[in-house]
Design a protein around this ligand. Structure first.
Ligand code: AMP
Length: 281
């Protein structure tokens, strides 16, 4: 497994691989790898000749300094995991080469970032879109892999790709969970035992919502209130938002029809978690 730090070296390598007719797949990550990331890498590996994982804790997408400081980092662990799933190349740039002095160009996806994560994390998606656009032009992948866990992010990336005619196919993979339902997240390591138990209410509330819809509930307000009641039953949880919205536009719905996205963001102690489910009636 090769490790490349410098963007220009990575570009040269990508050019060479493409000249050789190789298909390049990219899995962008911020490290602290878990099975969710690894599922993307396995798929990337089976779809492409060369699988690249990027490893960069992108300061631009953190709207709170404390969150950036608390973000888990363990390069040795990440490299071991990447190697074990057969990643060919790790692109691990340092901040100064990604955002050198004088850097002043950003990508903003407008409508799709107004609500939900965009509202509660101002500047977050500008950071995501900018770094992903840069990663695409550095790694030059034919395919890039994202998790449904960050549903709005995947939608924003797809929109950016369409709007800018970027020549890359976006593949979105299902949420990987622990056996008890907790969606895997790099931030889970920051949860105490008690917090982890409280965090299970997120998935439990989404399962409940899904059951309600399957049983014929169509009123979005009732669905949201049902979720709220379950999560608020945990004293350690504080909800940022509960979304029952259109799966493509992310506009809130009054009635659940067709495929709807039900998503939640909540603080469990000092850790902010997100989860979601797509429900088709
Ligand atoms: P991150 O390192 O948190 O930026 O995540 C890198 C990629 O892994 C993103 O596309 C995430 O959506 C995806 N991812 C994170 N957690 C999960 C999960 N539990 N299941 C599937 N994909 C995930």
């Amino acid at each position: 497994m090769e490790i490349v730090e410098h963007p220009e070296l990575m570009q040269d390598l990508a050019d060479r691989l493409r000249r050789e007719g190789k298909q390049i797949g990219l899995v962008p990550t911020m490290g602290a790898l878990h099975e969710g990331h690894l599922s993307l890498m396995r798929r990337c590996r089976s779809d492409n000749d060369i699988s690249v994982m990027s490893l960069f804790v992108n300061p631009l997408q953190f709207n709170q300094k404390s969150d950036l400081a608390a973000y888990p980092r363990d390069l040795e662990w990440d490299l071991k995991k990447a190697q074990a799933v057969g990643v060919d190349l790790v692109f691990a740039p340092i901040e100064q080469t990604m955002y050198p002095e004088g850097f002043q160009t950003f990508v903003t996806v407008e409508e799709l970032t107004r609500r939900w994560e965009g509202e509660f994390r101002p500047g977050h998606f500008r950071g995501v879109a900018t770094v992903v656009a840069k990663l695409f032009s550095i790694v030059k992948p034919q395919r890039a892999y994202f998790g449904q866990k960050d549903y709005q992010q995947a939608l924003v990336v797809k929109r950016m790709v369409r709007d800018l005619y970027l020549d890359v196919k976006i593949v979105v993979m299902p949420i990987v969970r622990d056996p008890d339902g907790l969606a895997l997240s790099s931030r889970n390591v920051n949860l105490s035992g008690e917090e982890r138990k409280a965090a299970l209410s997120l998935h439990r509330s989404l399962v409940f919502a899904e059951e309600r819809v399957r049983a014929g509930e169509r009123d979005a307000k009732a669905i949201v209130e049902g979720i709220q009641k379950i999560v608020e039953g945990e004293p350690l949880a504080r909800i940022d938002y509960i979304a029952c919205c259109h799966s493509e536009t992310l506009e809130p719905l009054e009635r659940s029809e067709g495929t709807v996205l039900v998503a939640i963001a909540a603080w469990i102690g000092d850790t902010r978690l997100i989860d979601n489910v797509l429900i088709t009636d």
